[in-house]
Design a protein. Structure first.
Length: 114
């Protein structure tokens, strides 16, 4: 299974970015999909997750600003990020759960300038 994430980049505070992550190399639908992020010197933390049925879960720090969605037919997960803040700067990693296994993307860097 391969997860290909894209959409990161440099944006000014208050701006928006959309990340996407497509899973390939497997037949069937992913269970949970989502995003973690890791800033330098910190641990990797959950940003948002979404179940097959569309149930979502967000970190408190991004509630009201970020929206996670998915296309089950494409095994693709998206993260719409609005009102970005410098503290959102991190490498964002997508993941997908198939059966009992978690698979991770390679990470995409999001930099928010003040």
């Amino acid at each position: 299974v391969q997860l290909q994430a894209c959409g990161g980049g440099l944006v000014q505070a208050g701006g928006s970015l959309t990340l996407s992550c497509a899973a390939s190399g497997i037949i069937g639908r992913a269970n949970a999909m989502g995003w973690y992020r890791q800033a330098p010197g910190t641990q990797r933390d959950l940003v948002a997750a979404i179940s097959t049925g569309g149930r979502t879960n967000y970190a408190d720090s991004v509630k009201g600003r970020f929206t996670i969605s998915r296309d089950n037919a494409k095994n693709t997960v998206y993260l719409q990020m609005n009102s970005l803040k410098p503290e959102d700067t991190a490498v964002y990693y997508c993941y997908a759960t198939f059966g009992r296994f978690d698979y991770w993307g390679q990470g995409t860097l999001v930099t928010v300038s003040s």
